[in-house]
Design a protein around this ligand. Structure first.
Ligand code: MRU
Length: 350
């Protein structure tokens, strides 16, 4: 069964409402790019690659509203729309990657004398969406070799179909391993404060009948100590050129625990998550989200009113704690600076 997280339909952007899951399966239809910005901000659509696809489609929606402008004005306004969308969330590299690709596509369409620029941009956004699913499947095929029949695998947050256009990065690898006929059992970290693990990863596991057990985040270390976890695999929001990786808050703690228990710790991420302009993870902007995410859940207050809160949505896992990074081009291992430089050269050659 294919979960289609975000797609283009009749000049609208349709997305699964991830805030409603797992209790209610419904879609949100955006006909205006500002609705897409809101959906990214309020986590209706979330997960780095899905945010990228939604951003590209949002830009394509924006292009429709300026379709009658002369070329010069169209380009100026389109770039301004992209810049507005870029402000939706700061950490996931894929958001900026997708908007840069849309701007570049417009440049090329203008140079080659294309007449209907809005149509060209909608086509490019649809391509980004379709490619994302293909890339995840490639990543899955590469990642298979790292997993054995019977492995117990821990994952954090949701790096599944819901975090991408479909299939998933970390959960894509898990899907691919199972498609190869190997049996896996997945431990799902609930992922405080927004519960992407409990709400979304658990929903995906149930939907596809993948054997899985839900745990709270603070149980992970004890399970490792008990020998219940063979491997850990997570996604990424941004990867610096030395391999330092930003991912959902709590990922760093898992990587430290994995090192202490000699458990392989894998990242699965597409090239669009790599930020070739950042030398280390120290420069990755970390989003801080609203205090309500920590003090309340679904309208119920769980901390004293007015309590001071610190709520970083992501953390940085240093490259030295990462056993391998699975990409659509293959598996990267240390030294990551060399591996990522080679990956980049490959990108440039394409
Ligand atoms: O705040 P979110 O839900 O957008 O955070 C998502 C994550 O941290 C994912 O692990 C990451 O984007 C990888 S998704 C393939």
């Amino acid at each position: 069964m294919m979960i289609k997280t975000v797609f283009w339909k009749n000049n609208t952007v349709v997305m699964i409402d991830q805030n409603a899951l797992p209790l209610c399966e419904r879609q949100v239809v955006c006909s205006d790019y500002r609705q897409v910005i809101s959906a990214i901000k309020d986590l209706t659509v979330r997960g780095a690659p899905a945010i990228g696809v939604a951003a590209a489609m949002g830009a394509a929606l924006g292009a429709q509203t300026i379709a009658s402008e002369p070329t010069g004005k169209f380009q100026k306004k389109f770039n301004a729309i992209c810049d507005e969308i870029a402000k939706a969330r700061p950490t996931a590299r894929n958001l900026f990657w997708a908007l840069e690709r849309m701007k570049k596509h417009l440049d090329e369409a203008i140079i080659s004398g294309k007449k209907n620029l809005a149509l060209e941009l909608a086509a490019e956004a649809k391509r980004i969406c379709a490619e994302d699913i293909e890339i995840n499947k490639q990543m899955g095929r590469h990642g298979c070799e790292l997993f054995s029949d019977g492995d117990n695998v821990l994952t954090h947050c949701n790096a599944g179909a819901l975090a991408t256009a479909g299939y998933g990065t970390a959960l894509g690898v898990i899907r691919a391993v199972r498609e190869q006929g190997k049996k896996l059992h997945v431990y799902v970290d609930e992922t405080r404060p927004v519960l992407q693990g409990a709400r979304l990863t658990a929903w995906e596991m149930k939907k596809e009948k993948i054997p899985a057990t839900l745990i709270t985040d603070n149980m992970a270390g004890f399970l490792m100590k008990q020998g219940k976890i063979d491997k850990i695999i997570v996604g990424a929001d941004r990867i610096a050129v030395n391999g330092d990786t930003a991912n959902k808050i709590g990922t760093y703690s898992l990587a430290v625990l994995a090192k202490a228990h000699r458990i392989p710790f894998y990242i699965a991420a597409p090239l669009s998550t790599f930020d070739f302009s950042l030398k280390t993870g120290a420069a990755i902007p970390i989003e801080e989200r609203h205090a309500d995410e920590v003090t309340r859940f679904r309208g119920v207050q769980s901390a004293p009113l007015g309590m001071k809160v610190y709520n970083p949505a992501f953390d940085i896992t240093p490259a030295r704690l990462i056993s391998a990074i699975i990409t659509e081009k293959g598996i990267l291992t240390r030294p990551y600076t060399t591996a990522i430089a080679r990956l980049r050269e490959g990108t440039n050659r394409r």
